[in-house]
Design a protein around this ligand. Structure first.
Ligand code: ZN
Length: 288
């Protein structure tokens, strides 16, 4: 983890589990300390042994910085750029905090939003004002409704596009299909619809983006450590990274992982950008 001088180090501890002995967390020994008044790299080592004397150690690295490290902005589509994308928002309990982190870190991101109410409208305005891309996920996310027909889907896009324009004056043209363009759910409602939609969306002047790094935060991944691990594992310097995350209500695991993900990116030489109309599309293949 990274800390700024003068901030408090909060010991998050560790867990130890042994196949035979079970939970050994109580026997854990900790070595090392963190001086948050001095810049530097510190290590806390966690040590434990089982009844047979087998030892295991893990360490946590804590970097204390003089000041906040800000992200560098990357050029469209270049290898090593990271596009953080957040689907299914805005939510009043998660989106504002995500925006706070992005602002502090100087990261522009992309929000693929759904229909919103009054409080949500203020957040969409804030996303626009702070230089993020507001993308269209859809007025509704209900597969059964939106994937009934090409018309139903296009209406679902334009309805939200019109609303965003009325709220903010912003013309949203970047889209993401609920479930992604490779989803296998839509064919239950309309066989072959994704193939047709991928064409139709482009014909009507929109672009669509899937992802090539998944946080898993809408699936199996249930902890912020898990979100962090999935994203970091998926990142690569040899591609433009489109990272799928969610800012739906209550998604604290992603909120809590976000800063570490950004810091990892900064420290490993990645740049950050938001998706724009000139960003080369990153797409899956229809699977319907
Ligand atoms: Zn979604």
């Amino acid at each position: 983890m990274t800390l700024i001088i003068g901030n408090q180090y909060e010991e998050k501890g560790a867990k130890a589990v042994d196949e035979k002995d079970g939970d050994l967390t109580e026997n854990l020994q900790m070595e090392g300390s963190v001086d948050t008044s001095k810049e530097g790299t510190y290590e806390i080592v966690y040590k434990v042994s089982d009844t047979k004397g087998n030892e295991a150690t893990k360490k946590r690295v804590i970097i204390v910085l003089a000041e906040e490290i800000k992200a560098r902005t990357g050029t469209d589509g270049q290898p090593g750029v990271i596009y953080l994308t957040f689907d299914d928002g805005p939510s009043t309990n998660i989106t504002p905090k995500i925006l706070d982190i992005l602002k502090r870190k100087n990261v522009k991101a992309t929000f693929f939003i759904l229909n919103y109410g009054t409080e949500g409208e203020a957040l969409v305005k804030r996303e626009v004002a702070e230089g993020h891309t507001v993308g269209i996920h859809g007025y509704s996310h209900d597969y059964k409704t939106i994937y009934q027909s090409v018309d139903a889907y296009m209406n679902n896009i334009t309805k939200l596009q019109d609303k965003i324009k009325a709220s903010t004056g912003y013309n949203a043209t970047i889209t993401r299909f609920p479930g992604g363009s490779s989803n296998t759910i839509s064919r239950n409602y309309c066989q072959g619809i994704m193939t047709r939609l991928c064409r139709e969306v482009l014909n009507r002047g929109y672009k669509y983006f899937d992802w090539n790094v998944s946080s898993g935060d809408a699936g199996d991944v249930s902890t912020s450590q898990g979100v962090y691990n999935s994203v970091v594992k998926g990142l690569s310097k040899s591609k433009a990274n489109v990272v799928l995350m969610h800012d739906f209500s209550g998604n604290t695991k992603t909120l809590n992982a976000l800063e570490s993900i950004i810091d990892y990116g900064i420290q490993n030489g990645y740049t950050f950008s938001n998706i724009t109309e000139s960003t080369p599309m990153v797409t899956h293949r229809p699977n319907n």
